[in-house]
Design a protein around this ligand. Structure first.
Ligand code: NAP
Length: 252
């Protein structure tokens, strides 16, 4: 297991109670960071924080809906007052949303996805920048997707939000490089998490696996390794970039 040498750093992971976010929280804590787990459900965040605390570093939780900008700002202020600073923010919370072709996509379904997967990342990134400026910088990792690079039938809102996350990332990287803040986007292929497993049967999972060069879907921990590297000082020259971690999905 790689130690990304994050001792003394404070990390926030949104959507940290499940799937990729939970794996990120573990990998960051395993490498020495104090971790604040944010999620919709307070009990789930507390359960995750208990697990993450086994790595021996401080934990903190916030029950926060990332689509609520005031809640995001309040949670970031609480992290600073509880853990002293913010060095790493993983804007990971996201939902799948309604499956329908563009011509039949409802207003409600569109706004539901955009408000979490794009507005939520914008609010989280903005709060992170403000907190990091106070202490001389940090690393923001925004969770995009392979669907931040290419389309996917029946997923207009998800695909649009993830493309937007890549643009937000590139723009913020230029705007805040001089503040010592690096901003990158991570684009996983299909990953075995509740988000995927609760919507898809085995046939669909097998088909999706076949769309990756490695002929399988990925595991959350495989994404977390890239996130932790981007969070670390080893990635000191990495900013403004989209990093696929996709088993070769985009290579065809
Ligand atoms: P997951 O297992 O469902 O975890 C997402 C977590 O975020 C859940 O705990 C969820 O809570 C929480 N959440 C949902 N809406 C939220 C909100 N408004 N505010 C705060 N927390 C919220 O999903 P995952 O697969 O790990 O996905 C994590 C991220 O990776 C997402 O941005 C997703 O788009 C991205 N991603 C996933 C895949 C994949 O194949 N799994 C591929 C590419 C990118 P509830 O469970 O209560 O809803």
């Amino acid at each position: 297991m790689i130690d990304y040498e994050l001792d003394g750093k404070v990390a926030v992971v949104t959507g940290g109670a499940s799937g990729i976010g939970l794996a990120c929280a573990h990998t960051l804590a395993r490498s020495g960071a104090d971790v604040s787990v944010w999620d919709l459900d307070e009990a789930a965040a507390l359960r995750a924080a208990d697990e993450v605390a086994t790595h021996g570093h401080r934990t903190h939780t916030a029950a926060v809906d990332v689509s609520d900008s005031a809640a995001v700002d309040a949670a970031m202020a609480d992290v600073v007052s509880s853990l002293g600073r913010v060095d790493i923010v993983v804007a990971n919370a996201g939902i799948g949303g309604e499956a329908a072709p563009a011509g039949e996509y409802s207003d409600e379904a569109w706004h539901a996805v955009i408000s979490v997967n794009l507005d939520g990342v914008f609010y989280t990134q903005r709060a992170a920048i403000r907190a990091m400026k106070a202490t001389g910088g940090g690393s923001i990792v925004n969770m995009a997707s392979i669907l931040g690079q290419v389309g996917f039938t029946t997923a207009s809102a998800y695909v649009s939000a993830k493309h937007g996350v890549v643009g937000l990332t590139q723009t913020a990287a230029w705007e805040h490089a001089a503040d010592g803040i690096r901003v990158n986007a991570v684009g996983p292929g299909f990953i075995r998490t509740p988000l995927v497993e609760k919507h898809l049967d085995q046939d669909a999972l097998d088909f999706l696996a076949s769309q990756h060069a490695l002929q399988r879907i990925g595991e959350p921990e495989e994404v977390a390794e890239l996130v932790a590297w981007l969070a670390s000082d080893a990635a000191s020259f990495a900013t403004g970039t989209y990093y696929a971690i996709d088993g070769g999905y985009l290579a065809k």
